[in-house]
Design a protein around this ligand. Sequence first.
Ligand code: GDP
Ligand code: GDP
Length: 436
Amino acid sequence: MSKPIVAVVGRPNVGKSTFFNKIVGRRVSIVEDTPGVTRDRIYAEAEWQGHHFALIDTGGIEPDTTDVILSQMRIQAEIAMDTADVILFMVDGKDGLTSSDREVASMLMRTGKEVILIVNKVDSSKLPEDFYDFYELGLGEPIAISAVNMLNLGDVLELIIEKLPKEEADEDDDTTKIAVIGKPNVGKSSLINALLGEERVIVSDIAGTTRDSIDTPFQRGEDQYILIDTAGIRRKSKVTGDIEKYSVIRAIAAIERCDVCLLMIDAAEGVTDQDKKIAGIAHEAGKGIIVVVNKWDLIEKETNTMKEYQQDLAKELTFMSYAPSVFISVLQKQRLNNVIDMVKYVSEKRALRIPTGQLNSLIADATMMKQPPSDKGKRLKIYYATQVGVKPPLFSFKINDRELMHFSYARYLENKIREAFGFEGTSVKFVFREKG
Ligand code: GDP
Ligand code: GDP
């Protein structure tokens, strides 16, 4: 299921990142750290009373040095308006109302989005005298918090949950949502146009979507797909500044909503740091992922070129060796059919359910072949495992002591599960529960 997006906007130093870290610190995480990927401060998954959302700190992106605060804030607000379901507009209770606050408020007011006005740095129960000025912003009742002292954060979370779009029951379950992600100029629009040119495009808006991005449904055979526009692919961004960085945030928004992410890479350029970052996010979010190497026509080929290229990809993206790759040329219409075939394949793998009996005999074999780790005379014991979720596949292990479950042993178990059941193109998630 796609997660709603909550974006934090505000002047530098109002306390956005402090707030962000406090909120994210509370999350109950079942996602293990991804080696080789630096966790991005600008984005994190958050959870409150069973509701999940993605939190984005738009201030975490460093603007070009020439940017003045105001233009920086305009950009932040624009990204938030483009991508978020709920916008948290943070102001500083110590500084009082400033003119750039007013400027941003008037931008935010024009969007149809839900905005929550947060006055930070109200460190005691006494409201500052000029607190009531913030009503002038026309964004409704301001909510006073102290990020540092963690005062009223619960109220903010409560409000966020209230304003999040209602989760639709079985949100078009048969439809596979595809996001095409990649650096500018890798050929995303060309691929989208080629795919849509070949398939039957259903020209109608999807009822009930609250987002303004253009999602294009299409059908192939019996299968329904939706291509998610990563905002700014077809419509050129108004944002000047460093577009590449902002495109990461737009990509995150698309990843959150998709089932399968096509990470597009320019064959001549190879995998860039930004590609790795995006791949890491798709991995953590548990999305299907396919590496699409485009412009294959530009590469001089010998017998083993593709194989060698594949090996290089595996080296660059070690944490997601499960991701299949496809080598295409949109220009020469080479292997374009394989892209959707692969999407279908991967989305089936994400939905795979392994019967408990089969799973446990596999685990029993695996622990016999390689003894579980031990520490100070105590050995890890796995009592049983069950698959508790799909999309992505989620496995729950009942064990004696979580401390004993080493990352490397979890990785070993994952490999065994993959050897037996595949799960190509999808991350698999584990939770470990102690018997008690
Ligand atoms: P950002 O630039 O908006 O991300 O702001 P930061 O989170 O980096 O915070 C800027 C400064 O404000 C830091 O020195 C924080 O310690 C301080 N700060 C953040 N939240 C609070 C708060 O609730 N009360 C007080 N007094 N200071 C705060
Ligand atoms: P986007 O910014 O990722 O949407 O990229 P575009 O689809 O706008 O493509 C950028 C440029 O790459 C255009 O000039 C395309 O004609 C070119 N391009 C796209 N696909 C291919 C390909 O397979 N081979 C070659 N040689 N060029 C391509």
